[in-house]
Design a protein around this ligand. Structure first.
Ligand code: GLN
Length: 313
């Protein structure tokens, strides 16, 4: 077991994990259903840790910006949990694992337009609908939230990625229209999708993401500036949701292999939370069939074993 407070050993472990990553570069493939993502060189790897004191460690391309994609669903949900009443959110979206692909429409019809959770696409689009209807200048609010959480004023939307997603919106639009048909989604579908796609198109590095989500490891308090991001009970609820739903229909396998709350995105990023200790972000673009980074998952497994962190016992 390695003390997370031992910076030299921690850095050595990260360097080791980054050096091992290329052995998995042949596995999986880059998301190509969003053309702008298909252009990303497939064989990169980055990793970063932010501990609850705010210390940051990174290796590989840990400082290189990537498209955070579904990791943005957590930022959207944080904004909703900060600003809205519980009933405004949880009467319209569930809190159960879906057991279905992140972009599946099957369950949504059976369950009358109420998405299982906020981390599958339908649920995230629904959260975006709530934000659009309740919050002025929401694109600005979203970008500011990302910047403030990460402590990086240079974070921005990648306009090309957002446009590419809008140009290939058919599946997400179909989810949105089905929820509208059931009366759950209330706004204009294209306006809602525009915000959803801009969130997905936020460009952040592993260092940014690890810093941005370190509050989740610290009972809702940002270790960067001491601000309260979420009250402790909401922070616990969000971590619970990340553990059960953060990796879609691979959430069970992720809990088995890594044992941490986490969230993945089809840009190849995965963020994982070690409650009381640190947040970790890994990035590598090649994905498995569930849409999760192959080398990223392997790196997280190696890292948690090396660190000896095991909040589930
Ligand atoms: N923008 C992607 C989509 O809507 C996000 C999916 C993901 O990262 N899993 O399909």
């Amino acid at each position: 077991m390695l003390s997370p407070l031992d910076p030299i050993a921690l850095q050595r472990l990260l360097d080791q994990v980054a050096a091992d990553a290329p052995s998995h570069f042949g596995e999986g493939k880059v998301a190509d259903y969003i053309p702008a993502l298909a252009e990303v060189p497939p064989d990169g790897f980055g990793i970063a840790i932010c501990d609850v004191q705010g210390n940051v460690y990174s290796a590989g391309d840990g400082g290189k910006a990537f498209s955070i994609q579904s990791i943005s669903k957590v930022i959207n949900l944080v904004i909703a949990m900060q600003r809205l009443e519980e009933d405004d959110i949880w009467t319209r979206v569930g809190r159960e694992p879906s057991g279905q692909a992140f972009n599946s429409i099957v369950q949504l019809e059976v369950e009358k337009g109420v998405p299982r959770n906020p981390f599958i696409n339908a649920g995230a689009v629904l959260i975006t609908d709530i934000l659009v209807s309740r919050i002025m200048s929401i694109h600005w609010v979203l970008r500011e939230q990302a910047r403030r959480l990460a402590g990086n004023p240079d974070i921005n939307f990648d306009a090309r990625v957002a446009r590419s997603e809008m140009d290939h919106k058919a599946r997400n639009a179909s989810l949105a229209y089905l929820m509208k048909a059931y009366g759950n989604l209330q706004g204009n579908v294209d306006e809602v999708l525009d915000l959803y796609f801009h969130g997905c198109a936020l460009a952040m590095s592993c260092v940014d993401v690890a810093r941005a989500f370190a509050f989740l490891a610290n009972r809702g308090v940002s270790p960067l500036d001491g601000s309260v991001v979420l009250a402790p009970h909401k922070n616990r609820q969000l971590n619970a949701l990340l553990l059960t739903c953060g990796l879609y229909d691979a959430a069970g396998d992720f809990a088995w292999r890594v044992g941490l709350p986490g969230k993945s995105g089809v840009g190849g990023g995965i963020v994982a939370i070690v409650p009381g200790q640190m947040s970790i972000c890994v990035w590598s673009p090649r994905l498995d069939t569930y849409g999760n980074s192959v080398a990223g998952l392997r790196a997280l497994e190696t890292l948690v074993n090396g660190l000896g962190v095991a909040p589930l016992g």
